[in-house]
Design a protein. Structure first.
Length: 765
């Protein structure tokens, strides 16, 4: 696909299904638009003036089109308020004096809490002391027949959650006593059963020597060795950072922001720190195995990022956004929503929010951005996976194959043939991928191929709480399915989470037999004896049938990345993490993300891929996001994103070696030397792709059709064909169609207790 600034047509987002773009031929003079905007985009960062420009534009628009009285929540959606507070803006008609506006919550006058913004003719205030449940905010102007009244229902939930992710996981181990604060002390014992603590504030500074932060000795004077920093908006301030630590949604969060307590005013949402550039970076962590039943004693990634904090970016993270603590993207999304709400209510409304993360943090960024449109304005991901489910499902396919090759038919295939059936680079890569099925296996001590380690637990979870098929069948189960049981649902007979894995109709090794890498006899024997799993991940002779409800809800809840939600309207930069030889960070996962976005949106110009190891694309992303967010036109967000795409936000790869050089060229999955990047970084496939499946790897349960002779490039004898039909009595996968039970992602999905956008409530089943 050509880069956007080389085409003269735009795509209009037309809803032909709830989350599908229909590429439409809309004759726009895009080349003219892109030329001027690209130059402005690459000259300077427009973020510092964005709010002032927005106010001026708002003033001009109001003069032309006087507004009606309206209420909007700024820190979260009105049905998702947490902790008893919400930041609210009242848009007042131009002809109405701001002093005549009366604001009440639950019939109590709170007008004095609101601050006037004269140029925009608005009132902004922090509405607090909300009751748990529904509250009514009422705004009125004037008196008698000339009065106008607007009302807004605010639904408030406890700061401990849950809001969207269903009943809290049990058991749950608090780890506040192991979480270290900036001064080296521990956060301390929790004050309740939800692992809560009293919020703490610390200050750190960067010295003129050294590369890390040091605790600030006092908030009344600046140390003589304190460095200064100049932010992206040109402010030169003392390099002092305030660190807020507390608990939200049973996770531990931290917020970091430049703030000099010796010079700056106290922080409120109306008086943000002078050094803050009005932008936020959310850090999403990494990992997955062992990420269950605990709070976490550390954040993922580095929120104490000297470079980003020095430029004025605020940073936040929550232990439940770190998949090594909590491998559940719905809980991560809920925790992001709640933590960002806390940030806005404490510090003010940011101009933009960017999410970053690698590996598990990559799929957290992707899944949360997609399922919760508007939460993030851009993401940068590395060592990319679409979701934790994709790793697990491909691992389950691979593990069936390794079992067949090592136990069922150990002498039937050469090593090269095994690799051909797997699609991977080598036997090592194949084995590494297959062993990732361990995150679906709750049985401790199972002996299998080398490197297989089932029932992965963090040591903090007591042994007596853990599942064992003989000694503790009601214990907590350490799998990606059971940790998200609120989405998948449970088997009433066992209490185990329902599973979406399905291999009915899958013709393992289809491409291998068609290429001549394996014989027809090998192909038939493999598919006759491949088998499946039971709920405890034991091998069984029959193929696995995924639960249709679990499959449907995996799509709706975003546990399987769609790509057709929020990802269609923000910049996405994918970089690094190229390793097809081992370690299961394979390139095909990166391309699967792009393919899903293409299927859902009809275009992927907002997705940029840099393969190889080189500089971070975050500075490019920051410029891109700042530019499109500063665009106050009435264009849809997706078009703003495309209009303001920087000239250096193009596909490419970095050469290998000590001095990597960037090669700008379109990226596509191949191991053929058909491009410079594919020559340097050949990319391999995976078992379902070799079985004829899509690169997107998003068909959880395929539709079936009778085998067709034209689908095979080899000749089957009459006896062989009869065996094929016998092995697949209900048909083989028809990969040209969407899978059964496919649904689009539900934007801002709920699994309880919120009833808005409710997908499924496990407590009612």
């Amino acid at each position: 696909m050509k880069p956007l600034n080389s085409i003269s047509l735009a795509r209009t987002r037309a809803r032909c299904s709830p989350h599908l773009w229909r590429p439409a031929v809309v004759a726009l003079a895009m080349s003219t638009v892109f030329g001027g905007l690209a130059q402005a985009q690459n000259r300077a960062d427009p973020g510092a003036l964005a709010q002032e420009r927005a106010n001026l534009r708002a003033l001009a628009q109001e003069r032309a089109n006087p507004r009606k009285l309206s209420i909007e929540t700024l820190s979260t959606k009105p049905h998702l308020v947490t902790g008893g507070n919400v930041l609210v803006r009242i848009n007042v008609p131009r002809g109405t004096p701001l002093g005549q506006v009366k604001i009440e919550v639950n019939r109590s006058d709170i007008s004095s809490r609101f601050v006037a913004n004269g140029p925009a003719h608005t009132l902004t205030g922090l509405v607090g002391s909300l009751l748990e449940g529904d509250n009514q905010l009422e705004v009125s102007t004037g008196r008698g027949n000339g009065s106008t009244t607007e009302r807004l229902k605010l639904t408030n939930y406890p700061i401990t959650g849950p809001v969207l992710s269903g009943p809290h996981m049990t058991p749950y181990i608090c780890q506040t006593e192991q979480f270290l604060l900036p001064d080296g002390t521990a956060l301390g014992a929790p004050i309740d059963a939800d692992c809560s603590v009293t919020t703490r504030f610390h200050y750190v500074y960067k010295a003129t020597t050294g590369t890390t932060f040091i605790p600030l000795p006092t908030t009344t004077s600046v140390p003589p060795d304190a460095a200064q920093t100049t932010t992206s908006t040109g402010e030169t301030v003392n390099f002092i950072v305030r660190v807020e630590t507390g608990t939200i949604n049973r996770g531990i969060y931290q917020i970091l922001i430049l703030h000099d307590p010796t010079r700056d005013a106290a922080i409120t949402p109306f008086t943000p720190p002078r050094g803050w550039n009005k932008r936020v970076h959310a850090q999403q962590g990494s990992g997955c195995p062992g990420g269950w039943y605990r709070q976490g004693a550390a954040l993922g990634g580095n929120v104490f990022d000297v470079g980003r904090l020095g430029l004025g970016f605020a940073m936040y993270a929550n232990t439940l956004n770190h998949p090594s603590n909590s491998c559940n993207s719905l809980v991560a999304g809920e925790s992001n929503v709640m933590t960002k709400e806390r940030f806005i209510e404490g510090y003010g409304v940011p101009l933009s929010t960017i999410s970053t993360g690698g590996s598990g943090g990559a799929y957290t960024s992707l899944q949360v951005a997609d399922a919760f449109p508007g939460l993030f304005d851009g993401i940068a991901v590395s060592s990319t996976f679409p979701d934790a489910l994709s790793i697990a499902l491909s691992g389950l396919d691979g593990h069936l194959l390794t079992h067949y090759f090592t136990a069922t038919n150990p002498a039937g295939f050469t090593e090269a043939q095994q690799v051909a059936v797997s699609g991977y680079h080598s036997l090592r890569a194949f084995t590494d991928a297959a062993n990732q099925s361990q995150r679906t296996d709750p049985v401790p001590g199972r002996v299998d191929i080398p490197g297989y380690s089932p029932a992965v637990w963090n040591a903090v979870v007591p042994v007596e709480l853990r599942y064992h098929p003989v000694t503790n069948r009601t214990g907590a189960r350490p799998t990606v399915f059971d940790v998200a049981r609120n989405v998948y649902g449970v088997d009433p007979a066992t209490g185990f989470a329902l599973r979406p894995f399905d291999n009915v109709g899958v013709q393992y090794g289809l491409e291998a037999v068609n290429s001549g890498a394996i014989t027809v006899e090998q192909f038939l024997d493999l598919n006759t004896r491949i088998g499946g799993y039971d709920q405890d991940a034991n091998y069984v002779p029959q193929r696995s049938v995924g639960d249709t409800g679990a499959i449907r809800r995996a799509h709706q809840g975003g546990l399987q990345l769609s790509g057709g939600g929020g990802l269609g309207t923000i910049p996405v930069m994918d970089y690094g993490g190229v390793n097809d030889a081992s370690g299961y960070h394979y390139q095909w996962f990166h391309f699967a993300v792009r393919e899903r976005m293409l299927q859902e949106n009809g275009a992927t110009e907002n997705h940029v891929m840099w393969r190889g190891t080189g500089p971070s694309p975050i500075p490019v992303l920051d410029r891109w996001v700042a530019a499109w967010k500063a665009d106050a036109s009435n264009d849809p967000d997706w078009l703003k994103v495309l209009k303001h795409k920087p000239t250096d936000a193009v596909d490419g790869c970095y050469t290998a070696g000590a001095d990597p050089q960037f090669i700008a060229e379109p990226q596509f999955l191949s191991r053929e030397p058909n491009s410079r990047c594919n020559t340097i970084w050949p990319a391999y496939e995976f078992p379902r792709k070799v079985a004829g499946g899509p690169l997107a790897a998003n068909t959880l349960q395929c539709r079936l059709q009778a085998p067709k002779p034209d689908d095979y490039k080899v000749v089957f004898s009459q006896q062989d064909w009869a065996r094929l039909e016998s092995d697949f009595p209900n048909g083989v996968c028809d990969w040209s169609k969407r899978g059964t039970s496919y649904r689009s992602v539900v934007e801002w999905p709920s699994f309880g207790p919120s009833r808005e956008n409710l997908v499924y409530d496990i407590t009612k089943r």
